[in-house]
Every structure is written in C-alpha cells, then in structure tokens.
Ligand binder design. Structure first.
Ligand code: SF4
Ligand code: SF4
Length: 139
C-alpha cells in the first residue's frame, strides 16, 4: 500500500462507518435507555494505539480525555442522550463491543438489514486492520 492507497482506504473506512452507524443507533436507542449496567465507563472510553493510528489517518483530532479517576466512573463522553461523539471518532472498542441485549435487538430487525450491516461491519474491521498494519509496518 502506498500513501495514495492509504487515503483511499481511509475514505472507504469513513464511508463504512457512515453505513453502519444508523443501524447501530437505531438499536442502541431502543436498548440502552433501559440498561441496568451501562458499559460507557471511563476504561471503555479511552483511545489505544490503534485508535490513534486510525484517527490520524482520517485527519481527526483525538478528543481530550481524562486519565485520572476510577475506571468505573462514567465515560466523559457520555451525556443524557448517549455518547456525544460520532461513532467514527469513538474508541473502536465502543463499536466492536455488542452486549447481548443490543445484539438481540439487532437480530429482531429484518434479516436483510441485519446481514447488510454484518457485511459492512466485517469490511470495516478488515479495512481498519489494513490501515493499522500499513502504519505499523512503515515505522
Ligand atoms: S450497549 Fe449494552 S451494556 Fe452498553 S449501555 Fe447499551 S445496553 Fe447497556
Ligand atoms: S466514547 Fe461514547 S460509546 Fe464509548 S464509552 Fe464513552 S460514551 Fe460510551
């Protein structure tokens, strides 16, 4: 991969995030308001090395976040209306993780919509991996 391919892949990643987000939001908005053990805690809202590589490739500034405080404290990006960050900008584990109720709600959607979502999700994971590997290998 060269820099031109890298830019194309970054653009494809952006478009895949746009493709999967509405389905995610449709189901998190159904399930999360009734959650008894919200997963949006500080330790889940932190960026790792790969998140930083990807956001840099997408020319997105990493939102500032606090390292101090209990790991189980509410994530600083959590608001009364859910996460304040676009999905693309969140640490990837916030997209990678599906709790059972969320996955169950997705499965109740039409199989065509669900399958399309899963196909796009798999592509997104693959492309994100390519970007990360490209950046790690050129160091
Ligand atoms: S994704 Fe699952 S665990 Fe996290 S807040 Fe929503 S319902 Fe709760
Ligand atoms: S960044 Fe958003 S989705 Fe991720 S833990 Fe924080 S509030 Fe939740």
């Amino acid at each position: 991969m060269n820099s031109e391919n890298r830019n194309e892949i970054a653009a494809e990643l952006r478009s895949l995030f746009n493709a999967i987000s509405p389905f995610f939001e449709k189901h998190t908005s159904k399930v999360c308001p009734f959650c008894k053990k919200v997963c949006c805690i500080k330790k889940h809202g932190q960026y790792n090395e790969e998140d930083i590589i990807v956001l840099t490739a997408l020319n997105i500034d990493i939102p500032s976040f606090k390292l101090e405080g209990e790991d189980t404290a509410p994530c600083r990006f959590l608001t009364g209306k859910g996460c304040s960050l676009q999905r693309l900008i969140r640490p990837f584990q916030c997209t990678w993780y599906f709790c059972e109720p969320l996955h169950g709600s997705m499965l109740e959607d039409s199989s065509m919509t669900y399958n399309e979502f899963i196909d796009n999700f798999k592509k997104l994971v693959e492309i994100r991996r390519k970007l990360v590997d490209f950046d790690k290998n050129r160091k």
